[in-house]
Design a protein around this ligand. Structure first.
Ligand SMILES: [Zn+2]
Length: 329
């Protein structure tokens, strides 16, 4: 991660993919959510990535969060189709990051935009809100199931020839519990993905000391440290309330014994997910000004990559990027 994001500077990550593509008039699939966008709305996927690049994002994240063999199979797509969708999402993100028409930025900075392959938690495919609790990771036999789920998908993401875009890094995100951290790390190692691209692991938390599973954030960071010693992986938090980010970054820093990790933060707007409605409760999220007002504090707390999660728009990322740029001067 430090090689990909050098010079101790702060980098801008993109924002919420699903809300941004919906704003282009795309209706998400009721079950596969963003997982079918590259199939049905490829151009809009590219446009969504472009919108974030124009907002100043140094990193765009692929629309692969919800993609899985299990999900596609339930909608009668075979394994070959599933792999095609996954690879197509990487291609679309690259297209969006290298071909941002109407961009006023210079072409040099565009060529530096990185493509992060989103690796969502197992709960994301269950579509029952359990990605916010990690309940599935405590069932009998869960570890083996989780490991194999992540292993198969990581293999599919890897490019098989020189013409195939393999992305620039893996963004393993919204991880709700320690068991899934362990499963992902094992899968990254067994699939050799961890030796091919930089990786970051981002945890979903309910407060500055607690994962969404009610386990300790401090303990999760120690487990990650122990299982990935020798690897330069990033550690972060996402899809949490912006109000807990600063203190959570301090918790991570204090637990992070090797002290050289790239730290990330990309919270949501502080709203609550309603699993039964499959939507965010009300429009109670904080506005752009309130969101960007936090950014300096996150930088001071050690964040090296900052962006937004659910419901953040290109306008939010533009405001975040402005604060980051002010800090670079
Ligand atoms: Zn989110």
């Amino acid at each position: 991660m430090n090689n990909l994001f050098p010079n101790n500077r702060v980098y801008t990550l993109d924002g919420g993919f699903s809300n941004t593509i919906e704003s282009l008039g795309v209706c998400l699939h009721p079950k596969l959510w963003t997982g079918l966008c590259v199939h049905d709305h490829y151009k809009e996927v590219v446009k969504t990535h472009q919108a974030f690049v124009r907002s100043g994002a140094d990193i765009v994240t692929t629309s692969t969060y919800q993609m899985s063999f299990e999900g596609y199979q339930s909608e009668n797509f075979n394994k070959e189709d599933s792999i095609k969708f996954m690879r197509s999402a990487i291609k679309a993100a690259r297209e969006g990051s290298t071909n941002s028409s109407n961009s006023s930025s210079d072409s040099d900075s565009k060529s530096k935009v990185k493509v992060a392959i989103s690796v969502g938690p197992y709960g994301a495919i269950l579509a029952d809100g359990s990605e916010y609790t990690g309940a599935y990771a405590f069932e009998y036999g869960a570890m083996e199931k989780l490991k194999s789920f992540h292993y198969e998908r990581l293999l599919a993401f890897q490019s098989t020839d020189d013409h195939d875009d393999g992305g620039d890094l893996y963004a393993c995100e919204t991880i709700p519990c320690i068991n899934e951290c362990k499963a992902i790390i094992h899968a990254l190692q067994e699939s050799n993905a961890i030796n091919q691209l930089p990786v970051y692991l981002s945890l979903s938390i309910k407060d500055n000391k607690t994962l969404n599973s009610d386990e300790s954030l401090d303990e999760a960071v120690r487990v990650i440290e122990e299982l990935t010693s020798g690897y330069d992986i990033g550690i972060g938090i996402n899809c949490c309330s912006p109000s807990v980010v600063e203190e959570a970054l301090i918790t991570i820093r204090n637990a992070n014994t090797s002290k050289n990790r790239v730290l990330l933060a990309y919270p949501n707007l502080g709203e609550t997910w309603d699993a039964s409605d499959r939507d965010w409760k009300s429009n109670s999220g904080i506005n752009i000004k309130e969101y960007s007002n936090y950014v300096n504090r996150w930088i001071d707390a050690g964040a090296r990559i900052i962006g937004g999660c659910c419901r953040t728009t290109p306008e939010y990322i533009s405001a975040v990027n402005e604060i980051i740029n002010q800090n670079r001067k």
